[in-house]
Design a protein around this ligand. Sequence first.
Ligand code: NAD
Ligand code: MG
Length: 359
Amino acid sequence: MQTLQVALPQRHYPIHIGPGVMDDASLLAPHIAGRQVMIVTNDAVAAWYLERLKATLAGYELAEVVLPDGEAAKTLDHVELIWDALLAAGFNRRATLIALGGGVVGDMTGFAAACYQRGVGFIQIPTTLLAQVDASVGGKTGVNHPRGKNMIGAFHQPRAVIVDTDTLATLPARELSAGLAEVIKYGLIHDIAFLDWLEVNMAALRRLETGPLSEAIRRSCEIKADIVVEDETEQGIRAHLNLGHTFGHAIETAMGYGSWLHGEAVGAGMVMAAGLSQRLGWIDEASFERVERVVEAAGLPRHMPSAINADRFLSLMHLDKKVFDARLRLILLKPLGQACITDEVGESAVRELLEGWPR
Ligand code: NAD
Ligand code: MG
């Protein structure tokens, strides 16, 4: 097992990473204030892991809420179900919520905990790679609104994060690759040595070898936590975490949500960001090819879908929330292993990239 301490100005909390950590009651106990524990999960994850977690928590006053699976379920209505269940069970301010599932369950449970009786403790047990390396770090919680994704929410930090790498054994391969996109992102924006390491270990990660998996998750969480702590209010470098995301969101929207997974669109988007960085002379050809290769090695698409033309793509990029004053604000690489934010790149350069794509 590896443990990473996240040091926030207001609180410290541990992320425990390793095979079987979900079965270790002694990792959970220090973070449960009273006796009342509510597990929140969805029907897909419950079938695999709910009984196991309940066995670990034997002895507590347990309640559970099993929500429907999927991004479409990330609504205020479902958070209300959690609050209803907490009240029906007579849970008080010392209650602890445990999120067992991917980013959807984590975001909803965290938000329910942030609001219940003005805030109760919660523990994350993320079961997708994406949730393990991204959604469970940073304290953002919330739900979607019919008018926009993640529009209703709050910051609420977990008491602890328990990353049981064994849970990835049941995760569909596409979802694993989608999580790897965010892992690669951390190397590209912040740590060239981690990128080197990923190139060597990518096959082992996809085979779910526990040593490399734990290391990749630990380093990813560490990088995200460092960036978040340095820029809690999102004025500066937190934007680096959006590498590939402006291109990626355009792909997701053009293809219709759900047809490309977020991580798949981010994979192709990072290759496009690298392509633009190379055009500007900020990274060399060999570096661009490394990005392409590592994205492909993770099982991710390297190219945007050929169905999207440059005009449509550009208008979708302008819809992205990181565009100010009609200027495209992009995260690019300068050099490989370091991100930069720029609004100096004209639309014509992006258009040339798109029209010549794939190169
Ligand atoms: P998800 O929660 O929908 O999980 C993906 C699929 O995998 C689901 O069908 C789920 O039921 C299934 N699943 C989960 N664990 C499994 C397991 N171990 N075995 C088999 N199946 C399993 O999606 P996700 O990719 O984990 O998270 C995406 C969500 O996270 C989005 O709503 C996004 O907005 C949010 N997110 C939040 C943050 C944040 O900072 N809070 C960051 C990134 C993403
Ligand atoms: Mg992302």
